[in-house]
Structures are given as C-alpha cells and as structure tokens.
Design a protein around this ligand. Structure first.
Ligand code: ADP
Ligand code: MG
Length: 239
C-alpha cells in the first residue's frame, strides 16, 4: 500500500530523515515509536505529501508521490488524524464530516449525511451530530476527527500521536475506535507512545531515532527482545 525508498528530508541545513526505507502492506497496522524530534511526524507527513521529500521515492497504492502526481487524488485515499483535533469550530459535528465528501468527492448531501451518521454511530457519537466541537470533550472531538477522515473512504489512515493531547481518561475511547478500525481491516500507520495499543493491535513496530529506522519487528520482538542499544534505552524510559 505504501512503499518508501531511501527517503531524505531536510529543513534548511538540518537533515531530519536520513534515508528511510519501509513498505506497508494492505491491512497492516504499523506502529512508529521513537524519541521526540526523531522525525516520526515528518515521516508520516511525507506519506501524504504534507512535506515534500528532499529525495527518495514514495508510492501510495501504486501511485508515485512527486511534483507531477495528482496530490489531491492521492490524499483522498489517505486519511490523517493529528494530535490536535483540527475540527472546524464554526461547524457542527455533522457539517465537519459532510464537508469534504460533498465538496471534494461531489457526493450528494443526502448520501454524505447518511454516511456521516453511520460513521458517528461507529465512533459512538450519533447523538452529538448537531453539537459544535467546543461542546465536546477532547476524546469526543478526536473520535469525530477519525469519523471525518473515514468519510473520505480512505485506503490508509495515518495517526500522529492521536491521544497525546488528551486527558488520560479519554485515551481509551479513542484507542478503542482505532482498534475496531484495525479489526475491520484498515491499513494504518500510527505514531504513538501507547505501548498497550502497539502490542495489542500492531502487526509491526518501527523504532525511529535521529531520522532513521533503527530497528523493526513484531511488537513482541521489539518490546521483549530489542536488539539495538538505542531501542533498549528508549524503551527503558517509557515502559
Ligand atoms: P517527531 O515527530 O519524532 O517528534 P518531527 O518529525 O516533528 O519529530 O521533527 C523532527 C525534526 O525536524 C525536529 O528537530 C524538528 O524541529 C524539525 N522540523 C520538523 N518540521 C519542521 C519544519 N517545518 N521546519 C523546520 N524544522 C522542522
Ligand atoms: Mg511528532
């Protein structure tokens, strides 16, 4: 689904990604862990061209991501959920979800509303359809953000620390939605420090440090038997 070859990304003179190779299979759930500033967000943002690679090749669903690509078309296939919920504050929950499918995919309003209500049901927030984001808790807003991304019927979902801005009691409800999404076969790339989620849901864990994938393996391999010193050091700090 996603194929990345020798990806480099610099901001000015600072090289943030120093040659990343990774491929992500359909229906795979890949969890990315690593220290702050190691390049995790940049890597994720390159996957939907929110950042333009300095060099290297990225292919998503057999479409090459470069200057010549139809980036909007490719982005339609890639949903992204960020740490901050980024809902439009002046729109209701329902309008937030309906907006892109009607404007971008040109789906009829009736159909978009019907899909939106189904999605709200899936994330447990049907009764909040007519609320405004400010009337929702952080966890609820993040579930709406997931529903909004799903409304575009993406083939891949990227999550960048989706629970790290939430109060602890709201983390589970968001992880549960992500878990059910994974169980339904969504291809997912998730940057998170939630090791429970990584163990339970992740097919593969990538440990990123200083712009490189230092180690990768199953959650069991990475958490129980890490091979690299840097991985051990990182895990000793967070577990
Ligand atoms: P992580 O998500 O692992 O914490 P990031 O990918 O956000 O790391 O950042 C990696 C490095 O790139 C950091 O040193 C950060 O300051 C730098 N960086 C990220 N985005 C930009 C940007 N738009 N301009 C300049 N530097 C950036
Ligand atoms: Mg980040």
């Amino acid at each position: 689904m996603i194929e990345i070859k020798n990806l480099h990304k610099s901001f000015g003179h600072v090289e943030v990604l120093k040659g990343v190779d990774v491929s992500i299979e359909e229906k795979e759930v890949v969890v990315i862990i690593g220290p702050s500033g190691s390049g995790k967000s940049t890597l994720l943002r390159c996957m939907n061209y929110l950042e333009e690679p300095t060099s290297g090749d990225i292919t998503v669903d057999n479409m090459k991501l470069d200057k010549h690509a139809d980036i909007n078309k490719i982005r339609e296939n890639i949903g992204m959920v960020f740490q901050r919920f980024n809902l439009f504050p002046h729109m209701t929950v329902l309008e937030n979800i309906v907006l892109a499918p009607t404007k971008v995919l040109k789906i009829s309003r009736d159909e978009a509303i019907s899909t939106a209500m189904d999605l709200l049901q899936r994330v447990g927030l049907k009764e909040k359809a007519n609320s405004y984001p400010s009337q929702l808790s952080g966890g609820q807003q993040q579930r709406v953000a997931i529903a909004r991304a799903l409304a575009m019927k993406p083939k891949v979902m990227l999550f960048d620390e989706p629970t790290s801005a939430l109060d602890p009691e709201m983390v589970t409800e968001v992880l549960d939605v992500m878990k059910s999404l994974a169980n339904q076969g969504m291809t997912m790339v998730v940057v998170t420090h939630e090791m429970g989620f990584a163990r339970e849901v992740g097919d593969r864990v990538l440990f990123v440090d200083e712009g490189r994938i230092i180690e990768e393996g199953t959650p069991k391999e990475i958490f129980e038997n890490p091979k690299q010193e840097r991985t051990k050091l990182f895990l000793s700090k967070i577990l």
